[in-house]
Design a protein around this ligand. Structure first.
Ligand SMILES: [Zn+2]
Length: 529
């Protein structure tokens, strides 16, 4: 049990003098543990905390100080301090919404509430359907078990939380429930008064602007719904507010929506290890990347797809990111386009759809000579592709490399012939094929292997539209939250599970500082490869 400011204020000389020796020993043990933890926290730096360097995450960039930006709210510590001292009218997540007061574009001011400006909580009063008591079980000072009798307990603060009630099978509709969470205090025979506190995740220097705390106006299912509306339905903050006001009669600030999304992102960090493990153990990975804007910085959104997991990460366009993600634990095959970073892996495949698209581009050239060569390359690929599909249905007597050696040799001859051609696109395709010849021809040797990287490209498509709507993310923490939420949502979908229900359980566990729930099981039919 942690000692709060309220506990420490009571623990004065007079209290110590009044304690019998055995209780004094208990109290000393308790305070020593607390002191050691406090000292460790004090000595914490980005270099010595959170994770050992070996497990540094691939998104970890060199700058350790999170960037302050308009979509940030108060630090987590401040947010939850209110829960320690404030009443129910002073909830920690009802701060003014950045979008609610967004200055006009081009005004030069960053969007959002200026630091230190007053926040406005939700003013809407809802009837309370249920109460949930939080009672201290042991004395914070001397660790004695506290009697939980009515005359010994006093309510000292409370907060109301609105949540969606998940429907049973066959039910329809949308049901909200407002629960009043009451925190009680209780006096020990040693004289110390212990208060039940709202649970919260410990301070993390990588999430200084994103607190995870039980004291929230939106319950886990409502929070997960907000995330799904923003991420999966691609609704803007304003549209989400409109949706809740119009259909549900609930007024939410943009600040609350923004905080909820980042809080959910931070909560998902707890399941990242499981996602990464599944990626590292996969037999085959489809990888692709697309550009992403974080404020003014150009970054890349990477997707890594295995049979049961979709993992997104946003960072630079370098092999370092993949090396850090896969460490030396991945021994499967990588399917990708021709981007050079993938060449570091010998066990890989090239996407034929990319190459055929380029040949089609040549075939459509207005230069008749180039168009003719483009058609020839296309035709060779068509023959080989048909042979691969046929071989999957009925294994041929001869290996495809033998049966089609002439087609393969002709294609290579065309490439050799035009690798120094004056037509830029033709020259480039010829060189690209020759440079990666052995890898490109691998599916002919092993026809059961995938021919295209469509799975990875499809997994990016939804988020490319998101990028067009949102213009990317605005802060390091916002970017992290986005990638984590996208990973969890797409993985749930690939595993035929509800992202909403799963996210709610992840948020609930994180707010209680509990271990996260395991990812939904991979369905036998969910294999996307
Ligand atoms: Zn006590």
């Amino acid at each position: 049990m942690k000692l709060s400011d309220y506990d420490l204020k009571q623990m004065d000389d007079a209290w110590v003098e009044g304690l019998p020796a055995d209780r004094l020993r208990l109290a000393l043990r308790q305070t020593l543990n607390e002191l050691k933890e406090a000292r460790d926290r004090l000595n914490m730096t980005p270099e010595n905390s959170s994770r050992p360097p070996g497990s540094m995450a691939p998104w970890d960039r060199s700058s350790a100080t999170p960037e302050l930006s308009g979509d940030e709210v108060e630090p987590a510590a401040d947010q939850c301090k209110k829960a320690d001292s404030g009443g129910k009218d002073d909830p920690p997540d009802g701060g003014a919404g950045p979008a609610a007061t967004s200055p006009k574009r081009g005004s030069g001011k960053p969007p959002g509430k200026p630091p230190g400006a007053q926040g406005f909580g939700r003013t809407q009063q809802l009837p309370v359907d249920d109460t949930c008591p939080h009672v201290p079980s042991q004395c914070a000072a001397c660790a004695m078990v506290l009697p939980q009798t009515a005359d010994n307990m006093q309510a000292w603060t409370a907060w109301d939380q609105v949540d969606l009630v998940p429907l049973a099978d066959g039910q329809t509709g949308l049901k909200l429930c407002c629960t009043r969470h009451i925190l009680y205090q209780s006096q020990c025979s040693c004289g110390h008064v212990t208060r039940a506190m709202a649970c919260r995740a410990p301070i993390d220097e990588r999430w200084l602007h994103t607190g995870v705390c039980e004291w929230r106006l939106s319950g886990p299912f409502l929070a997960a719904m907000i995330v799904v509306l923003a991420m999966r339905m691609r609704l803007s903050r304003a549209r989400i507010r409109e949706f809740f006001a119009e259909f549900i009669g609930l007024s939410l600030s943009s600040g609350l929506i923004d905080n909820t999304i980042r809080e959910a992102g931070r909560a998902c960090e707890a399941v990242e290890e499981e996602l990464v493990l599944d990626i590292q153990q996969a037999a085959m990975l489809h990888i692709d990347e697309t550009s992403w804007k974080e404020k003014a910085e150009l970054l890349w959104l990477w997707t890594v797809v295995s049979a049961g997991t979709v993992y997104f990460t946003i960072g630079h366009r370098s092999s370092e990111l993949l090396v850090n993600l896969l460490e030396d634990k991945f021994s499967g095959v990588i399917m990708s386009d021709g981007y050079r970073v993938y060449r570091e892996w010998t066990n890989r495949l090239r996407c034929w759809a990319h190459l055929i698209r380029k040949a089609t581009g040549l075939a459509e050239s207005v230069d008749a000579r180039v168009a003719k060569i483009g058609h020839q390359i296309e035709a060779h690929f068509d023959v080989l592709m048909a042979a691969i599909y046929a071989a999957r249905l009925a294994p041929p007597g001869d290996a495809l490399t033998v049966a089609h050696d002439e087609t393969i040799a002709n294609l290579k001859y065309i490439c050799e012939q035009y690798k120094d051609d004056s037509h830029k696109k033709l020259r480039e395709l010829a060189r690209e094929l020759l440079l990666d010849w052995h890898v490109i021809m691998r599916q002919i040797r092993e026809p059961h292997l995938a021919l295209t990287n469509n799975i990875a490209e499809q997994s990016l498509r939804h988020w490319v539209i998101s990028r067009l709507i949102s213009h990317g993310t605005r802060s390091v923490e916002g970017t992290r939250a986005f990638a984590l939420l996208a990973s969890v949502i797409e993985t749930c979908r690939l595993r035929c599970a509800s992202p909403w229900r799963y996210l709610a359980t992840v948020i609930d566990a994180a707010r209680k500082d509990d271990a996260p729930p395991s990812l939904p099981e991979i369905q036998a039919f969910a294999s996307g490869v």
